[in-house]
Ligand binder design. Structure first.
Ligand SMILES: [Ca+2]
Ligand SMILES: [Ca+2]
Length: 367
């Protein structure tokens, strides 16, 4: 665990006001940013182990009762500062409800997964004059400093129809403390692949280092990829409500595997001898993962796992999406090469028949 206590830093604000050329002029586009929507300084600290405190100081006090549409968004990358930001810690202010899933109401803060657009973590926020203090669990951001912080602002009298395109296309103040990037992140309301399932987040790829190909790491368990070497299990266990079906995360040969099975001994933990199949994996050398349990449009419990592959320098290469319907024991695998806008189905059937999983051990037996 890396603590941030002594790692406070200051942002050099390189603020700019970006005009949405694709939109007609509006009050927001021709106006000026109020001081309370402009960032003066940002620091992080760790008031206690496992807790990160992000302090944003604005150039002017935030007026009481302000009804503008304003967000402060601190972007983090699970893979390091040169990789795409995939997590935002944000504060929604004024009259603006942040369009994540679930939404973040005005006056509250949360942690949002940018690729999926879902809010998966809580954050506490206190506003005092020009100081915004957001406190959250460090694990959400892998104990890293933010890559940059963005504020987005619309005056209170802006038409609602102005809101989404403006927020999606423009950033107002962007501070990049190492000048790594001048490209603002897309607003998550335009994020690819809007969630279609009610989400209960089951896993964030950055919570664990990739499993080693060789050697030992903690949580050692029985050999699951049949190479004769013991493998690893991570503390990710979730049981589908109302069932004994449980998922567990395993590591073997440098890859993550999401296993599913019946929790035979009722300990809310998927033991290796309880795995009946695998329903997701991390197959990219540089990548990230996210997943959720929810109910699909047919009312069936569905486990969704998405694996993102990156080139170096943060360019997304490909993503693979696994959707497992519990009731029918059906796994569907879909691949996207355009950032999640479109997917091509590559497999649908029993998990044990998916070619990448056929050599894995299930319930003590190689399939
Ligand atoms: Ca092994
Ligand atoms: Ca068990």
């Amino acid at each position: 665990m890396l603590f941030l206590t002594s790692r406070g830093f200051a942002f050099l604000v390189v603020g700019c006001f970006v005009i949405c050329l694709s939109q007609g002029p509006s009050a927001a586009q021709t106006g000026t940013m109020p001081d309370f929507a402009r960032i003066g300084d940002i620091t992080t600290s760790s008031p206690q182990p496992g807790v990160t405190k992000l302090t944003i100081t604005t150039l002017g006090p935030i007026p009481s009762g302000d009804q503008s549409k304003l967000t402060f968004e601190a972007y983090f990358s699970s893979l390091g500062p040169d990789y795409p930001s995939d997590t935002a810690v944000l504060f929604s202010h004024g009259s603006y409800t942040y369009p994540s899933d679930p939404a973040i109401a005005p006056g509250t803060a949360g942690v949002v997964d940018i690729p999926g657009g879902f809010a998966f973590g809580d954050a506490d926020v206190v506003v005092d004059g020009s100081t915004i203090t957001i406190t959250f669990a460090s694990v959400f951001v892998n104990d890293m400093l933010p890559n940059y912080v963005v504020t987005r602002f619309l005056p209170a009298d802006s038409a609602e129809s102005d809101l989404t395109p403006y927020l999606a296309d423009c950033f107002i103040v962007s501070s990049d403390y190492l000048s790594r990037s001048t490209i603002p992140p897309a607003h998550p309301s335009r994020a690819n692949n809007p969630p279609t399932y009610p989400r209960l987040i089951i896993y964030r790829g950055f919570e664990f280092n990739s499993p080693p190909k060789w050697g030992e790491r903690g949580n050692q368990v029985a050999d699951i990829n049949g190479d004769g070497n013991p493998d690893w299990q991570y503390p990710v266990n979730h049981t589908i409500p109302g069932t004994e079906v449980t998922i567990g995360l395993f590591g073997a040969g440098g890859c993550f595997y999401l296993g599913v099975g019946i929790d035979q001994d009722g300990d809310d933990h998927l033991d290796t001898n309880e795995i009946t199949g695998y329903i997701g994996m991390c197959q990219y050398i540089i990548g990230g993962n996210g997943g959720a349990i929810g109910v699909n449009q047919n009312g069936q419990w569905t486990i969704v796992w998405e694996n993102y592959g990156y080139y170096l320098f943060g360019i997304e290469k490909e993503r693979t999406r696994y959707e497992y319907i519990v009731a029918t024991d059906t796994l569907t695998v879909l691949v996207s090469t355009d950032g999640g806008n479109t997917y091509t189905q590559t497999f649908s059937g029993k998990p044990t028949k998916y070619p990448k999983f056929t050599s894995l051990v299930t319930s003590g037996t190689t399939q």
